[in-house]
Design a protein around this ligand. Structure first.
Ligand SMILES: [Fe+2]
Ligand SMILES: [Fe+2]
Length: 448
């Protein structure tokens, strides 16, 4: 299958192309302008495109007219806001329109529905039918409300506990200590049940007397891990969204809820487990971002919620811990051999994919997807995917980026020498909204 994508915005064009390549195994050609697309078609009349994806805009009319005459089998998908009135009207050719803010699911669904010959990328990996859960967490739930399996190979899973089983001390020791089993699995069919029960546990813990920040951080990290696994396996259903919300609240609870989170205090009680990088770095970024907001006097509950939500989801599609630790596209280039082609593509566009996911959530403020989509931008324009500079990076995004970079430093070097981190950082990035935020961070007062 060959698809032509016409899109002026570089990042959107690349994002759409990657999704189509990965999810539909399509060969994608991307061009910026309608006239470039027309020139491409005219210069290679023997190359037939199965589909064209372009904006619902007047300037594409000549392109559609050309296709109608010379390549009537090419199906056209327009990118448009579902609430907006359609501009282009070629009823035979336009088979559907998709919302550019929710590309992932809509593009996939429409392509599958409208092009029946298309086969989704086949996977013979049996893991697709199971969800992974940390053995330690799974064995805290007794009696069990679903069956649990161990994985013997990529295709072989064996049931070790069934619904209703009660764990004994002996079971726990045997699995965790003797057999050193880190993960157990449950059937995808039980995913919603699992999400609901984990959310209830978190709610109970939140209402309980236990206000220990370490416990709340751990709870937030396990919610993060579960949301990531479930979201990537069954999609971000309302149950998974509710679990994510509870995880976000646990993140806030760990920094003292609505009371003002202090950076110095967070740094003192820090847990940065390298072997659980994805979860811990996400939760820690949320907590540090809230403390920076507090220092800026942006200390409202809404701001804290936006920052923790953004932190919870910013790397949601990067399930490989090593990949999530990559900081830039140039670093990715030098570490290419460690990752598959698909992982590299996922990394390049993970900010946009995660922003699209959050746009499908109910009751999440728009700023959250902006923060997520900008979390790898840099004020000197050297970031990705858009290379935004200075004031083009939103204030809350700037604050989030500083928190995220600090967390990256802490995972590598610990809290020792963060004065040097800030001094270097200020020298390099005191521009745009970063300048004001950085000028308010007083290392002397942090007590680290
Ligand atoms: Fe990250
Ligand atoms: Fe990231």
């Amino acid at each position: 299958m060959r698809i032509l994508v016409v899109q002026e915005d570089n990042a959107i064009r690349n994002g759409v192309s990657v999704l189509l390549e990965i999810d539909l195994a399509a060969e994608v050609v991307g061009v910026a302008k309608s006239e470039d697309a027309l020139a491409t078609l005219q210069s290679n009349p023997l190359v037939i495109y199965d589909a064209l994806v372009c904006n619902d805009a007047k300037e594409n009319e000549p392109l559609l007219a050309f296709l109608k005459e010379h390549s009537p089998a090419t199906r056209v998908f327009t990118l448009k806001n579902p609430k907006a009135k359609a501009v282009l009207s070629f009823p035979d050719q336009i088979v559907g329109s998709v919302n550019p803010l929710n590309l992932t699911e809509e593009v996939k669904a429409l392509f599958k529905e409208k092009i029946p010959t298309l086969k989704p990328v086949a996977s013979d990996d049996e893991e697709q039918n199971y969800c992974r859960v940390r053995a330690l967490g799974a064995m805290q739930k007794s009696p069990l409300n679903f069956d649990l399996f161990v994985r013997l190979s990529a295709k072989k899973f064996v049931r070790v506990f069934k619904e209703g089983d009660v764990f004994t001390e002996k079971d726990v020791t045997a699995f965790l200590e003797k057999k050193k089993i880190e993960y157990l699995y449950f059937l995808k069919a039980d995913a919603i049940k699992y999400a609901a029960s984990l959310r209830e546990d978190l709610e109970k813990a939140a209402k309980g007397a236990d206000t220990n920040p370490e416990g709340a951080t751990r709870a937030a990290v396990s919610a993060h891990e579960a949301v990531m696994e479930l979201g990537n396996k069954i999609g971000f259903t309302p149950e998974v969204q509710a679990l994510a919300k509870q995880g976000m609240l646990s993140t806030l609870r760990a920094v003292g809820g609505s009371s003002k989170p202090q950076l110095g205090k967070i740094l003192k009680g820090i847990i940065a487990k390298k072997e659980e990088y994805i979860g811990y770095h996400a939760i820690l970024t949320g907590q540090i971002a809230c403390s920076l907001a507090n220092g800026m006097e942006w200390s409202s509950d809404t701001t804290y919620q936006k920052l923790t939500f953004a932190a919870f989801f910013h790397d949601m599609v990067l399930t490989n811990g090593a990949l999530a630790q990559v900081g830039s596209v140039s670093e990715l280039e030098t570490r290419k051999s460690e990752f598959t082609e698909e992982e590299q593509k996922r990394f390049r566009f993970h900010t946009l994919t995660a922003a699209q996911i959050i746009n499908t959530f109910s009751e999440v403020p728009a700023d959250v997807s902006v923060i997520i989509s900008q979390h790898h931008e840099k004020p000197d324009g050297s970031g990705f995917p858009r290379g935004l500079a200075g004031q083009n990076i939103a204030p809350l995004s700037a604050l989030f980026i500083i928190a995220h970079d600090l967390v990256g430093y802490i995972f590598e070097h610990g809290t020792e020498g963060i004065e040097t981190f800030f001094a270097d950082y200020k020298a390099k990035y005191s521009m745009g909204h970063f300048r004001k935020i950085l000028s308010q961070i007083d290392i002397g007062k942090l007590g680290v």
